[in-house]
Write a protein that binds this ligand. Structure first.
Ligand SMILES: NC(=O)c1ccc[n+]([C@@H]2O[C@H](COP(=O)([O-])OP(=O)(O)OC[C@H]3O[C@@H](n4cnc5c(N)ncnc54)[C@H](O)[C@@H]3O)[C@@H](O)[C@H]2O)c1
Length: 387
């Protein structure tokens, strides 16, 4: 039996507890930790948990019964809490974003390596059928070289979204739509395309005058083989029509799923290639549907690794770091108005959190701050299943 503690029992903690309680034969939620007692009590009652409650996670570090912690606090605390639990010999599943700087990611990776414990970073979209199938189809090579990717991380959040105490500042949230929303799609993109060589970007705050951070960014990524990708990370897109579109030399595929293949006529104009489309469809449909998806899929993945005494999880700390490196490069390119080459090194002004705080633009002062909203309900994203 794997004993679990949840650190931070706000909105997203619901998805973690739902998964752990579904796997009741494999694990038990033993402790809920939140600096606000009423938050923990709410979830304890909702899920009818028989568990400990603490306000301060330090009290749990020496508890020998705990094997795994889910960290779902605001982003500014992720790194320190993860490092403390890794050093205490506990496996860690940390919510996105992994941390607020590459320096923090490196410290987390070091703590994981020293302890021999699992460090996994939430990227629940990788555990969705349309995403797994897209990756499988890209890996088949049927499309030829991927020449262009279009990633629309389109979300919509009202003005009051940034009133929550930890949102909307570089210090506590660490960034805006690029870090906290685009992170989902950056994770999928770097998983599917690898890391780019150069990043160019622009960030803006168009609609949220209660936030220091951006609500819209557009980045162009160049890959060593000449391919390009464009990523828009936004919280100003009505309808949240998210997509990842990959253009190969021989066909295009996307999530939400669509395939179109062309060949060239004698004069260079396109002719549809239904035979290739059929072949690609077959590869796409050949993958067995997942039993557990989203957060539940990722938690199953982490539990399996612990059960098998393995450190192999689909999204480990190195994967989380790559996504943060991409995001950091987007900020650096936008803020310095210069292309940025990867890999980023420690000499980057944006390698540390202090560097971010010293260099990031404050689009607006955050003048309003609320402790919490009446409703804890959140939606986790666009529907990549839709056509
Ligand atoms: N994977 C996803 O789709 C997804 C969705 C939403 C949020 N998130 C991420 O999850 C994290 C939490 O977001 P949320 O929307 O649940 O926030 P939230 O504000 O609803 O909940 C955070 C909770 O952490 C508690 N807390 C704050 N500091 C603490 C500390 N030092 N120790 C213990 N508890 C502490 C707060 O009291 C609060 O109850 C963020 O990193 C966010 O980006 C991920």
């Amino acid at each position: 039996m794997i004993n679990v503690a949840i650190i931070g029992t706000g909105s997203v903690a619901n998805s973690h507890i739902e998964a752990y309680t579904l796997f009741a034969e494999r694990c038990k939620v033993m402790a809920l930790i939140d600096s606000h007692e009423e938050k923990a009590i709410e979830l304890k009652e909702k899920f009818q948990l028989d568990c400990l409650f603490m306000k301060d996670y330090h009290e749990l570090l020496n508890n020998e019964e705990i094997n795994l912690v889910s960290i779902s606090t605001p982003p500014q605390f992720h790194a320190q809490i993860a490092i403390d639990f890794l050093r205490a010999g506990k496996h860690v599943l940390v919510e996105k974003p992994m941390a607020l700087s590459l320096e923090e990611c490196d410290q987390m990776l070091e703590a994981a390596a020293e302890s021999g414990c699992i460090l996994s970073v939430v990227g629940q979209n990788r555990f969705l059928d349309p995403v797994l199938r897209l990756k499988h189809t890209l890996d088949s090579g049927l499309l030829g070289k991927i020449v262009h990717a279009q990633v629309d991380s389109f979300w919509w959040r009202g003005h009051s979204y940034y009133d929550l105490w930890w949102r909307g500042t570089w210090e506590k949230e660490g960034g805006g739509s690029t870090l906290n929303h685009g992170v989902h799609h950056m994770d999928m993109l770097q998983w599917m395309m690898g890391m780019p060589q150069t990043v160019q970007a622009v960030i803006s705050n168009t609609s949220h005058d209660n936030a220091e951070v951006e609500d819209l960014s557009i980045a162009i990524l160049s890959y060593p083989n000449g391919s390009l990708a464009q990523i828009t990370s936004s919280v100003v897109h009505h309808g949240q029509e998210q997509q990842l579109v990959f253009q190969g030399e021989r066909a295009r595929i996307s999530a939400p799923w669509k395939v179109y293949a062309s060949t060239s006529q004698e004069n260079g104009f396109p002719e549809r290639n239904p035979a290739l489309e059929e072949e690609i469809e077959q590869v796409y449909n050949s993958l067995v549907p997942v039993i557990y998806s989203g957060h539940t899929g990722q938690i199953d993945n982490v539990l399996q690794a612990i059960e098998n005494n393995s450190l192999q999880v689909l999204i480990d700390g190195q994967e989380g770091r790559k996504t943060l490196e991409l995001i950091t490069a987007i900020y650096e390119a936008a803020i310095t108005a210069k292309p940025v080459n990867l890999p980023l090194t420690k000499s980057s002004k944006f390698y540390t959190r202090e560097g971010f705080l010293a260099n990031a633009p404050r689009f607006h002062a955050k003048l309003k701050s609320v402790d919490s909203f009446q409703s804890n309900e959140i939606s986790l994203g666009g529907n990549l299943e839709q056509t």
